[in-house]
Design a protein. Sequence first.
Length: 187
Amino acid sequence: MPSASTHTPRRMPRAEREQEMLRAAGDAFAGHGFHDTSMEAIAEAAGISKPMLYNYFGSKHGLYVAYVMRSGRLLMQSMREAASPDGPAPERLHAGILAFLTYVEEHGSGWAVLQREMLAQGGSLAAEVSQLREGIASMLNSIFDDEPFAHAFTGAGESLAGWWLAHPEHSKDQIAEVLMKIAGFRP
């Protein structure tokens, strides 16, 4: 009789399997942090074997880096695709804010891990997270044409998103309006 730790994963394409592993890893990292998350727990949540995780990512750190990078790419993609780059600045900003808040709302695990890394000064992913923050600030600078303000606005958005998750009684639209006011596009 097979032991409880023996997994017979269903066959699926590599890319799909990888996304399933990253989803399980994100939930675990968001809930327990990097150090308190075990590869065994991630493998079990993904319905695979622990060796399969190592085969795909090499180590727990490799899995964590892959998850953080994937989360950052998804966030940037959703913000870039939110509005036409030719639209009026207030419309582009509002659409980008809503895309950001939707990401935070729909990918709570991804946001929790990204935010944790953003707050970790000099962490193992400092360069990657700094690049993500620079990318967001650069998008905002194309709207504001004021680099220091774009960076300040990026920090305000991060902070407000964290506050919003602790205060879900406020709607996404209410939070977006706060950021629009900070940007000076609302009275």
